[in-house]
Design a protein around this ligand. Structure first.
Ligand SMILES: Cc1cc2nc3c(=O)[nH]c(=O)nc-3n(C[C@H](O)[C@H](O)[C@H](O)COP(=O)(O)O)c2cc1C
Length: 259
């Protein structure tokens, strides 16, 4: 039953509509609606299933907003600190971002706000990031690709993008990222797409370093969802060749194998 619910929500189409929502109706949502969020969290697919993660729903009073506008609810993500954990969190929590968009709710990744002490102390795992969510009176969806402020495909990939490959990369291109930095680069062909993360210069590193691998997880989820939409057998793997062909000033993250 739970799995069926998950399948019925078409997350793929949300890639082309979603946007960060920052103005919320601060009235707490009713428990039936929050219960659906809890159910969805249970269905999230990890990128790496050997990393322990924990998701908690908290309310506005449990968060120090730090200049950011308040939201009625937040998802707090904690994780084991282990190779790939940030990418894994990005991959998982982006499923919620798309789910909120599909459910008529607003959401926004929140790198700046932090949970209050009692929330931080409620988990044995490391706090990673927050996502705000709730009802909004502002326009929830974009109505055209042109409303996305994103780099053109030619700046984030050297792949000849014809047909299916173009569709896959377009999904990744539209992914949200911290300060919209779009730190990704993609190489590959019809059988495999390699994902690389930019190594920022020292000044930008102070701001961005914490988030780049989360951003990469988000883009990888969009890639995978597009592959599923095109009914391609797919798997995210570590690929030796992909790793060896890392462009200068980038680091290798993972590859999407497609058949
Ligand atoms: C890891 C991460 C952290 C973010 N942190 C914040 C934040 O603290 N405050 C905020 O207003 N937006 C934050 N954002 C939202 C981005 O600014 C936004 O996704 C980006 O500008 C693209 O716009 P869009 O999501 O509307 O497509 C964050 C996004 C990501 C992926």
């Amino acid at each position: 039953m739970e799995m069926e619910n998950m399948v019925m929500v078409d997350l793929y189409t949300q890639i082309f509509k979603r946007k960060s929502i920052r103005d919320y109706d601060l009235t707490p949502m009713e428990s039936v609606a929050l219960e659906k969020v809890v159910e969805q969290i249970k269905n999230l697919k990890p990128l790496y299933d050997d990393i322990n993660v924990e998701f908690k729903i908290v309310s506005q009073n449990d968060v120090n907003q730090r200049m950011m506008k308040k939201a009625p609810h937040y998802i707090v993500v904690f994780s084991e600190n282990k190779e790939g954990y940030k990418t894994n969190v990005g991959f998982m929590l982006q499923q919620m971002d798309l789910f909120f968009s599909a459910s008529g709710l607003g959401s926004c990744w929140q790198g700046i706000p932090k949970p209050k002490k009692q929330v931080l102390e409620s988990s044995d795992l490391e706090f990673v990031i927050l996502m705000a969510f709730g009802r909004t009176n502002t326009q929830l969806h974009r109505t055209s690709n042109l409303e996305f402020k994103r780099k053109p495909l030619s700046k984030i990939s050297d792949i000849k993008t014809e047909g299916d490959l173009g569709e896959l990369l377009e999904a990744a291109r539209l992914a949200p990222s911290a300060t919209n930095s779009q730190p990704w680069f993609f190489k590959g062909d019809n059988h495999i797409i390699h994902a690389y993360a930019v190594k920022p210069n020292i000044l930008r590193a102070i701001m961005l370093k914490k988030y780049i691998l989360i951003d990469m997880g988000i883009a990888l989820y969009h890639l995978k969802l597009a592959a599923e939409h095109l009914e391609k057998t797919n798997q995210i793997i570590f690929d030796e060749t992909g790793s060896k062909s890392t462009p200068p000033r980038y680091e290798y993250v993972a590859s999407l194998k497609i058949d």
